[in-house]
Design a protein. Structure first.
Lengths: 336, 360
């Protein structure tokens, strides 16, 4: 038994893996295990994992046949021995004091979930800070969760599993046996995050940026896949089922619709950048959004306080002007 | 825009409150024992703080800094020589390492207790004469001289809650003179106005008025709504029925969003020609204290509250006034708070920080 189980799915990240594993190895808090799941890497990643496991008994390697990141994570979840689970991606970084500070909060109160903040950085080390949740927000067992649900609905930033420490009870069957959906190509971590927040009884938010996302990489989300739209719909419908639980005020519906629009706009916003698919297919993808009843309904809602850019996109989408939408996205992509 | 938050020191035990309201009474007593009429706001993390702890004041000073609250206006209770609830701010004077800007609002009103239909006077607010005011000033002096005490134009800011003071002109003159004697350019005397009828009672010697919220705008809001005869009738009916039935559903309830939208649109109207500072509010629920006789203003949505703050910021800029007095930092038993709450976190403070940062 140890305090933390760190799950790191690894697939062909030889370039950044050592930096990532070093950041975990050099945690000031020592009581953790690392489950390195080598998901059938074809580069030196597997060997790097073996090196770390050889020199540090806290690092345990499993070499698997390639099955995707969800399967890798699920595989690890069957084997964890820690009290709390944390996920790290094989090309990212964890602040060296992260576990120490989380452990201190846990000593004061057995939080079900601790949600912390993150930053993004480039290969040259330069950082972009994103200290999003500045609030000292907590929910303790027995306290009203409705506002927590609002935070979950209003933004998808709480969807990442890398910015959390979650009690193992939610994975080992004590409180729940949550697993990642292998069939999803997108938002499978968000689905898990929503389930965790729905089932948890206590949460602590802290504003320290402990987790570093490496920028400028082609990741799993960076490949075009027509199933993305359906996965987004799955996530939103899951949230729909929890609608009654949120704190309702005049803003609630508008906030939620704005978030749904964000999901759509963000997804199609990637289209110009995809290199493995042609213009015709990209436009068909946009069409599939506007011809989908669920999303079309969102586009027809009156959403207040939209930026001019978003309002224009929404208008064009509503009018099903696919060519115009695609052109606009290309222009926006060039300006990025 | 510099926000000064009204601060109630009633979070420690004093012998008078023990005697008048029961052993161990503080503002938390009502919150911990809610009646069937009131809401259920609670401090985050079960932080039922004790104001005599240095940690409490340190924590509040840090919150002010974190969210951009300029300072606190502590309620000062002074009854012709007798002080009540004075320890926290006397401690603050000693604890010079606590970086908290502050000033006083003299809560000059008699304390009553309603009991079995009768009203008992617990302690009466009297003012005495010039020698009493001199004694009062000599108590206040050391606070005025503290570096952290808020000054406007080199004059210590002193606010008076109740505008109905017969000797006010002379009192202000004396305080002004005394301030000059200790190196200031006088006193910056502000009188707080709760409802429009009080405007005429304000002294000409006051440097400015403070339009206390939500009472001032609520009065205007209700009058505006009363133009609708159905509304007026409905309110009257509920009110009369409730005198007999004492039901939660018949309590006067106002929608926070609607009231704040009203305030935003009303802001271009000037309540007075004299110099004035605007007050602001978050929400209200005095059914903790007054049960079925109280009224409530519901929690505004964040977007409307932010809009309200922006309007206040704009108003400050337009009129060239810097300060807004927020009612209140910690009046838990009247539902007027900025402090972090259970379930909602730093709901109001978060909005304040966001709006203050805009345009930077």
């Amino acid at each position: 038994m140890c305090k933390f189980s760190i799950i790191i799915p690894v697939y062909n990240t030889e370039k950044y893996l050592r930096e990532c594993l070093d950041s975990v190895k050099s945690q000031t808090f020592p009581d953790f295990e690392v489950l390195l799941i080598d998901d059938g890497s074809t580069d030196l990643s597997g060997k790097i994992c073996d090196d770390y496991a050889k020199n540090d008994e806290r690092f345990i390697v499993y070499h698997k046949v390639n099955g995707g990141v969800s399967e890798a994570r699920n595989f690890a979840l069957d084997k964890i021995r820690g009290e709390y689970v944390k996920f790290v991606d094989g090309d990212d970084l964890l602040d060296k004091d992260c576990l120490q500070e989380l452990a201190e909060y846990i000593k004061q109160y057995q939080w079900d979930v601790i949600e912390h903040s993150w930053y993004t950085f480039f290969d040259d080390g330069k950082r972009e800070f994103e200290n999003w949740f500045e609030a000292d927000y907590t929910v303790k067992k027995g306290e009203n969760k409705s506002y927590l649900y609002r935070l979950l609905f209003d933004s998808y930033r709480m969807g990442s599993m890398c910015k959390k420490a979650v009690k193992a009870d939610f994975f080992n069957g004590t409180k729940a046996k949550i697993r990642f959906d292998k069939e999803m190509v997108f938002a499978e971590d968000q689905m898990v995050a929503v389930e965790i927040f729905d089932k948890c009884e206590s949460v602590k938010f802290i504003n320290k940026p402990y987790y570093g996302y490496r920028k400028g990489l082609q990741s799993a989300t960076g490949k075009f896949n027509i199933k993305k739209k359906d996965n987004i719909k799955m996530l939103l419908k899951y949230l729909d089922s929890l609608w009654e639980k949120i704190y309702h005020d005049k803003d609630a519906i508008n906030s939620y619709n704005a978030r749904k629009l964000d999901n759509i706009v963000s997804d199609i916003g990637y289209l110009p950048a995809y290199k493995n698919v042609g213009k015709k297919e990209k436009k068909e993808y946009i069409s599939s959004y506007v011809n989908d009843d669920y999303f079309y309904k969102v586009l027809n809602e009156n959403i207040r306080n939209l930026s001019k850019k978003k309002a224009l996109l929404k208008y064009l989408l509503k009018k099903k002007a696919v060519n115009a939408v695609y052109m606009l996205l290309c222009v926006q992509n060039k300006l990025k | 825009m510099k926000i000064i938050a009204m601060n109630l020191p009633q979070f420690h035990v004093i012998p008078e409150n023990n005697e008048w309201w029961g052993e161990g009474f503080t503002e938390w007593t009502k919150i911990k024992n809610p009646n069937k009429y009131c809401g259920h706001i609670k401090p985050q993390n079960n932080n039922y703080y004790n104001y005599l702890d240095k940690g409490t004041m340190q924590w509040q000073a840090e919150l002010c800094k974190k969210y951009g609250i300029y300072g606190m206006s502590y309620y000062h209770y002074y009854f012709q020589g007798k002080l009540l609830l004075e320890k926290p701010v006397e401690n603050l004077l000693k604890w010079k390492d606590i970086d908290q800007k502050f000033c006083f609002t003299w809560a000059n009103h008699t304390w009553f207790r309603s009991w079995q239909g009768k009203k008992d006077v617990l302690i009466e607010q009297t003012y005495g004469e010039e020698k009493d005011w001199e004694k009062h000033f000599s108590y206040l002096e050391k606070f005025f001289l503290d570096e952290r005490y808020i000054k406007i134009d080199n004059k210590p800011l002193f606010m008076l809650f109740n505008v109905n003071v017969p000797c006010i002109d002379d009192m202000i003159s004396l305080f002004d003179k005394k301030c000059k004697e200790i190196g200031f350019d006088g006193i910056y005397f502000v009188q707080s106005i709760s409802v429009k009828e009080q405007l005429v009672q304000a002294s000409d010697k006051a440097d400015a008025l403070m339009i206390r919220e939500p009472s001032f705008s609520l009065q205007r809001y209700v009058l505006d709504k009363y133009k609708n005869p159905f509304f007026h009738l409905n309110e009257k009916l509920k009110s009369e029925l409730n005198k007999m039935l004492h039901l939660k559903t018949l309590i006067k309830q106002y929608e926070g969003d609607d009231l704040m939208e009203f305030c935003i649109n009303d802001m271009h109207n000037h309540p007075t020609d004299k110099k004035y500072f605007r007050g602001a509010f978050s929400m209200w629920d005095n059914t903790y204290r007054h049960e079925w006789r109280g009224y409530k203003i519901s929690r505004p949505s964040k977007s409307v509250f932010e809009k309200y703050l922006r309007a206040l910021k704009e108003d400050c800029k337009e009129r060239g006034t810097e300060y807004v007095f927020f009612n209140a930092w910690n009046e838990w038993a009247e539902g007027m708070i900025l402090e972090p709450e259970e379930g909602f976190g730093d709901y109001f403070l978060d909005c304040i920080r966001k709006v203050l940062r805009e345009g930077e």
